[in-house]
Ligand binder design. Structure first.
Ligand SMILES: [Zn+2]
Length: 515
């Protein structure tokens, strides 16, 4: 299964290819066209918004053999070499990988020498706030008296940690998070061109959990394609991310409308059994109340018809109140000893502060009790590695995973790992080297927190990269899916009726249509 094909293939190569960042691009384009070139640029913003991508394109603008231009040709030697990462005058330094401190120092010491093949010698320093003390001094010295042939393109997620002396010498651009709509539309564009069948709500969900990062969105899209064996279904996305869909919430909303505490808690315990994330559940609930409020004010605003009933059942005051309760519930969820408990208290609050009880109970008498559909089906696997927790209970990583209540990127990372070792408070996981782009501190911290909570131990998580092929929970799930499909094909091919039809009409079975 090949991952990260899309992220690499769809990396923007020109300013026009970039999604979002319109104002930054306009300023840069105008400045370049008027040949007003600064000697140091600083791009700030959260991870995955396009800082280094933008810097690489700018490097092409400055070094394209045709001219200094905002629309580099893309075919000259310099443009191609930069795209392929082999341009001799572009030095890319990742200050966050501390092993390269010596190299960085050496590179910066070489600043005075002219470029070997390009117009400018360009230093692209990512996570520049992490530079060593010596490198910082070398950088500052160069910025104070920059040679004509040197350009610095700096990127950081944390500009506050840069000294003022550096900040004041750079032209600074803040790259915004890319909006979920822009991300979803871009994913749709890619799916169309790559001939990937998809459902729009699935892409919206991917965009939502990517949290403004196009890189994360493309990684998840790649995974989603692998997960759905080439097609992207909303249900698969929820299973992949450990999240719930809006339809899963309907029974919950009905129970709230009916003020039926008993049914409400039955639903919550079913959700807990299926390892759904209460954090995401609250987010989805907040989204639903927002949409219900919108329908109440502007009935045509939302096309989600399954929520329209609730616009009748709840008064606008109820919706405002529930929205507020859910919002506070989400904020405080991490303070609760257990997410389920926090979620239950939030639901109790919705029952306790019900302003229009009598009016609603009569109007909801027709709502029937309903079983909730499980968002994730836990499958027991015999060959997984054993993990023992404090009570010596043996549990494979794949079964432990849903109990950690992870979601989004941290769930995606964890499901791509295999178990390494657990002793003392050190928990080790293995990750295939191909999935290295998924590694980020935020996701690792979330996994460590979840493990600490589960084992009631202050877990130190280490994720080791491995070049071997790993049998991860995600891979197991994909393999099972494939074998189910193969089994279905076999059954159909051996069916007596089918055989008869095939003989009679000299027909063949269209295998790709079986699912
Ligand atoms: Zn060129």
């Amino acid at each position: 299964m090949s991952y990260y094909v899309l992220a690499r293939k769809w990396r923007p190569r020109t300013f026009q290819d970039m999604v979002g960042q319109e104002s930054t691009l306009r300023i840069l384009t105008n400045a370049i066209e008027q040949k007003r070139i600064h000697h140091a640029y600083l791009f700030t913003g959260t991870r995955g918004v396009g800082k280094t991508t933008l810097a690489r394109i700018l490097a092409k603008c400055l070094n394209c053999e045709a001219n200094i231009t905002a629309t580099p040709c893309g075919i000259c030697h310099a443009c191609q070499a930069i795209d392929e990462g082999r341009f001799l005058d572009l030095f890319e330094i990742d200050a966050a990988s501390r092993t390269k401190v010596e190299d960085t120092r050496e590179l910066l010491d070489n600043v005075p020498y002219p470029p070997t093949q390009g117009r400018y010698k360009i230093y692209l320093i990512d996570e520049v706030h992490m530079l060593s003390h010596h490198s910082f001094n070398a950088l500052l010295k160069t910025l104070e008296e920059p040679p004509e042939h040197i350009k610095f393109l700096l990127a950081t997620t944390d500009p506050k940690r840069l000294p003022d002396t550096i900040l004041s010498r750079c032209l600074q651009f803040h790259l915004k998070r890319i909006s979920p709509e822009q991300i979803a539309k871009h994913l749709q564009h890619i799916c169309k061109i790559e001939h990937v069948q998809h459902e729009w709500p699935a892409l919206e969900k991917l965009a939502q959990v990517s949290d403004g990062s196009m890189r994360d969105a493309l990684s998840l899209l790649d995974q989603a394609i692998a997960y759905g064996l080439g097609t992207i279904h909303t249900n698969d996305i929820h299973a992949m991310l450990g999240s719930t869909s809006q339809e899963d919430l309907l029974p919950l909303l009905k129970a709230i409308a009916a003020q039926d505490g008993k049914r409400l808690f039955n639903i919550i315990s079913q959700l807990a059994d299926h390892a759904c994330s209460f954090q995401l559940l609250l987010e989805e609930l907040i989204n639903s109340f927002h949409q219900i409020a919108m329908i109440q004010i502007v009935p045509d605003a939302i096309t989600e018809t399954h929520l329209a009933t609730f616009a009748q059942l709840f008064t606008p005051e109820d919706v405002q109140l529930y929205y507020q309760i859910a919002l506070l519930g989400r904020r405080d969820l991490s303070f609760a000893p257990h997410p389920k408990q926090g979620f239950e208290m939030t639901m109790l609050r919705m029952l306790a502060f019900k302003p229009h009880l009598t009016q609603i109970t009569t109007s909801t008498s027709t709502i029937e009790s309903e079983q909730i559909t499980p968002p994730v089906e836990p499958v027991v696997s015999a060959n997984a590695l054993p993990i023992s927790n404090s009570s010596d209970h043996v549990l494979p990583w794949r079964e432990l995973l849903p109990k950690l209540e992870l979601s989004g990127m941290s769930y995606a990372l964890a499901s791509n790992c295999t178990f390494g070792n657990y002793s003392g408070n050190k928990f080790e996981l293995m990750l295939s080297i191909h999935h290295k782009p998924m590694l980020n501190q935020k996701s690792q911290d979330r996994i460590a927190e979840a493990l600490s909570r589960y084992f009631k131990n202050d877990i130190k998580l280490e994720i080791h990269l491995s070049s071997e092929e790993l049998i991860t929970p995600l891979k197991q799930q994909l393999d099972e899916q494939e074998s189910r499909l193969a089994h279905a094909k076999e059954t159909i091919m051996q069916d007596a009726q089918v055989k008869k039809l095939l003989d009679m009409y000299d027909a063949t079975v269209e295998v790709s249509l079986i699912n």
